[in-house]
Design a protein. Sequence first.
Length: 139
Amino acid sequence: MIKRIRQNMKSQKGFTLVELMVVVAILGILAAIAIPRFSNSTAAANTAKAAADLRTIDSAISMYLANDTTGTTITIQDLVDDGYLAAVPKSPSGKVYVSGTLSTSSLTAGDYSISGTDTKMRGSLTVGTTAHYAEDFHK
């Protein structure tokens, strides 16, 4: 009985250690190629979301200025409370772009800015010749 089991084990074929090492090396190379590409696409998606959120804030400020041209200082929560924003936009990292007081520095059409006044400011938006940006796109 034991002889028969040993003969069956010798006749069975399996993978050698070299073959297994080659497979592991190929998987490692594929992972080294795929992981950086995935993280680059994640960063690009985060940047696109942040830019879209800042455009939404830009539109809310434009609508606010169209209705109230007194040059008042508002908060981003005021924009939510008054119905200009559905909710306070959050960055992909989960933080807010601007926290604190928002002020309109100029009421000339197409030339105004949003800036936070406390230390939790995560982004800034200026309309006109300055591009939209947020400091924590990739965090």
